[in-house]
Design a protein around this ligand. Sequence first.
Ligand SMILES: Cc1cc2nc3c(=O)[nH]c(=O)nc-3n(C[C@H](O)[C@H](O)[C@H](O)COP(=O)(O)OP(=O)(O)OC[C@H]3O[C@@H](n4cnc5c(N)ncnc54)[C@H](O)[C@@H]3O)c2cc1C
Length: 321
Amino acid sequence: MTRGSALIDKLGDRLSALRGRLTPDAGMDKITWFRAGGEADVLFQPQDEEDLAAFLKAVPEEIPITIVGIGSNLLVRDGGIRGFVVRLSAKGFGNAEVISPTRIRAGAAIPDKRLAAVALEAGIGGFHFYHGIPGGLGGALRMNAGANGVETRERVVEVHALDRRGEQHVFSNADMGYSYRSSNIPQGLIFTSAVLEGYAEDRMAIRTAMDAVQHHRETVQPIREKTGGSTFKNPEGTSAWKEVDKAGCRGLMIGGAQMSPMHCNFMINTGTATGHDLEYLGETVRARVLENSGIKLEWEIKRLGDFKPGHEIDPFLGQLL
Ligand SMILES: Cc1cc2nc3c(=O)[nH]c(=O)nc-3n(C[C@H](O)[C@H](O)[C@H](O)COP(=O)(O)OP(=O)(O)OC[C@H]3O[C@@H](n4cnc5c(N)ncnc54)[C@H](O)[C@@H]3O)c2cc1C
């Protein structure tokens, strides 16, 4: 029996009332933008918030639950993810509603691009940057996703979430504890929806800003590749890509993983990269940058799951290179 089937079997009746889809041994390479990584023991896609709450109540606390969004910022290791991976369905969590002249309430599974389109239609400014971010709102709320000089934290009014026990919480903008590409809300919480606020703006101006976002991306980022976006956060006073470039890592390849020759803070899967190739490349780059400029690059991409036995990677392994 596979690991996933055994887990579903073990929980038996506890899961039988759920309406969402349970997929044992789900390949995370089918979910992540990198198209790499091992299997989740079980993938659960809840139908709606009630179904998600029932699931959280049903699964004993010692069994790990990991929430993922659209997978545009994730590197999954080849040993896979133990326990359950939850991915919100677009049907139950992908709606958006304009609730005032400047406010939108949206489900956490709505793609950022769709959110930008809803704001455009309603004449609400300040959402154009989402037009270029390929993730979903849940990931944006967690990552404080930003681009073109705007960040998610500038739009957030309140965030609705369920905790590991299925209890509801509402967090204010201040509660989210935002900083550059992060929030200090504990990892176990699952965001289900948010109220966001922009400002009244002429539709033509919004459209122009969205087109500029798209044009910029097409020219400077390898957006059609299998990638996770920016690999490292920008350090104080410099850009990650400049440091990667100065350390001679533009185009550097390990196995099927490469630092994009087009934008060297983007790591790409050239076709055959494993999770190991990608992480080993990232750690090698960190080590070379440390050696070259004394800067410790911090991963922006979230790494999840277990190493495949024998493929463990020490941070800064490349210090030895
Ligand atoms: C080509 C490309 C360009 C990109 N450009 C940008 C950019 O300009 N700016 C930028 O900020 N990012 C960028 N990214 C990275 C990525 O798109 C963002 O970080 C995005 O917000 C991630 O959303 P996601 O739904 O894909 O989340 P995932 O990658 O699936 O997950 C990211 C994190 O969010 C958490 N998470 C996801 N959903 C929820 C939820 N419902 N509740 C709680 N936690 C959740 C996950 O646990 C994980 O920790 C880019 C990526 C790519 C591939």
